[in-house]
Design a protein around this ligand. Structure first.
Ligand code: G
Ligand code: G
Ligand code: MN
Ligand code: NA
Length: 252
C-alpha cells in the first residue's frame, strides 16, 4: 500500500493522537498554554512523526480532514480543563488549505461550543508559507481575529515575510523559529539575526514565543531581550495532555 493510500485509511480509522508541549512565561516559569502536535500511531504500535506525513497530507488533499480530526481530539483532551482555566490556550497548527476550505470558521466555533471554551482559548498557528497570498492572508487573519481567536505566525524567520507585510496582518504572537534560538551565544551570523527579529516583533507590538529553547542560557538571553514566552525541551517535551494537567495542578 502506498503512503498516501495508507494515510487516507488512517484518517478514516482515526489513527492519530496528540501530544502537547508547554508554552512557558519566561519570567514566572508558569505554563500559560500548550501546542498540540499530531502523531500517527499505526495499529501495530509504530508512531510516525508529522514531518513525514503532514507534507504528504498537504500534497494529497488530506490536510483539511486531518486538521478536523486534530480539532476533535483537542476537544476531547482539553475541554474540561479549559472550562476550569479560561486563561489557558491551546495552539493548533493550520495549513493554507484549511483557510481556503469553506466552513473552517464554523468548525472552529462548533468545536469551541462543544468544549464550553472561548475563542481566546484557541491559538491558530500559521506558518509564513501559509500566508503567502497577501489578499487571502489579510482576509482570513482579519476574520479570525475579529472573532476573537488568537493568531500566531509560526516558524518565523524561515520564510520571506517583510516587516511591512507583517504589519498589514492582524496577529497576536510571533513564534521565533528554533534555528535562531539554536544560534544564540554561538557567534554564528544567525545569532545576530535573532536580535533583529526580536526588535522587529517588539516594534510591531507582537508577543513572542521562542521555539526550541534547550538551555537556561538561551532562556536568560531571551528574557533579557524582552521575549515573553518560551517553548522547548528545557521546559518540557511534547507529552500527553494528562501530564500537562498534572503539572498545572502542582503549579496552582
Ligand atoms: O514535534 P514535531 O515533530 O511534532 O512537529 C513537527 C512539525 O509538524 C511542526 O513543525 C508542526 O508545525 C507540524 N505539525 C505538528 N502537528 C501538526 C498538525 O496537527 N497540523 C499541521 N498542519 N502541522 C502539524
Ligand atoms: O510547529 P512546529 O514547527 O514549531 O513544531 C515544533 C517542533 O519542534 C516539533 O517537532 C517539536 O517536537 C520540536 N521541538 C520542540 N522543542 C524542541 C527543542 O527544544 N529542541 C528541538 N531540537 N526540537 C524541539
Ligand atoms: Mn507550530
Ligand atoms: Na515552529
Amino acid at each position: 500500500m502506498s503512503l498516501p493510500v495508507a494515510l487516507k485509511a488512517a484518517l478514516r480509522r482515526k489513527e492519530f493522537i496528540l501530544e502537547y508541549q508547554p508554552i512557558v512565561d519566561l519570567r514566572s516559569g508558569r505554563w500559560t498554554g500548550v501546542e498540540a502536535l499530531v502523531r500517527w500511531r499505526r495499529p501495530e504500535g509504530e508512531v510516525i512523526l508529522p514531518d513525514l506525513f503532514i507534507p504528504l497530507a498537504e500534497q494529497n488533499g488530506l490536510i483539511v480532514k486531518l486538521t478536523q480530526l486534530v480539532l476533535e481530539r483537542v476537544c476531547t483532551d482539553t475541554a474540561a480543563f479549559l472550562r476550569a482555566h479560561p486563561d489557558f490556550h491551546v495552539g493548533i497548527n493550520v495549513a493554507p488549505a484549511d483557510f481556503h476550505a469553506g466552513g473552517f470558521l464554523d468548525s472552529l466555533q462548533h468545536a469551541l461550543r462543544q468544549m464550553g471554551a472561548r475563542e481566546s482559548n484557541l491559538m491558530l498557528e500559521v506558518t509564513e508559507r501559509g500566508l503567502l497570498d497577501p489578499v487571502v492572508a489579510r482576509e482570513t487573519t482579519g476574520l479570525l481575529r475579529r472573532h476573537g481567536f488568537l493568531l500566531a505566525i509560526d516558524d518565523f524567520g524561515t520564510g520571506y515575510s517583510s516587516l511591512s507585510y507583517l504589519e498589514s496582518l492582524e496577529l497576536d504572537y510571533l513564534k521565533i523559529d528554533r534555528s535562531f534560538i539554536e544560534a544564540i551565544g554561538t557567534g554564528a551570523p544567525t545569532s545576530q539575526v535573532v536580535g533583529h527579529i526580536i526588535g522587529m516583533a517588539r516594534d510591531l507590538g507582537l508577543r513572542m514565543i521562542a521555539e526550541g529553547v534547550e538551555s537556561q542560557a538561551q532562556a536568560d538571553y531571551l528574557r533579557r531581550q524582552g521575549v515573553q514566552y518560551g517553548q522547548g525541551w528545557l521546559f518540557g517535551r511534547p507529552m500527553p495532555f494528562w501530564e500537562i494537567v498534572r503539572h498545572l495542578e502542582d503549579q496552582a
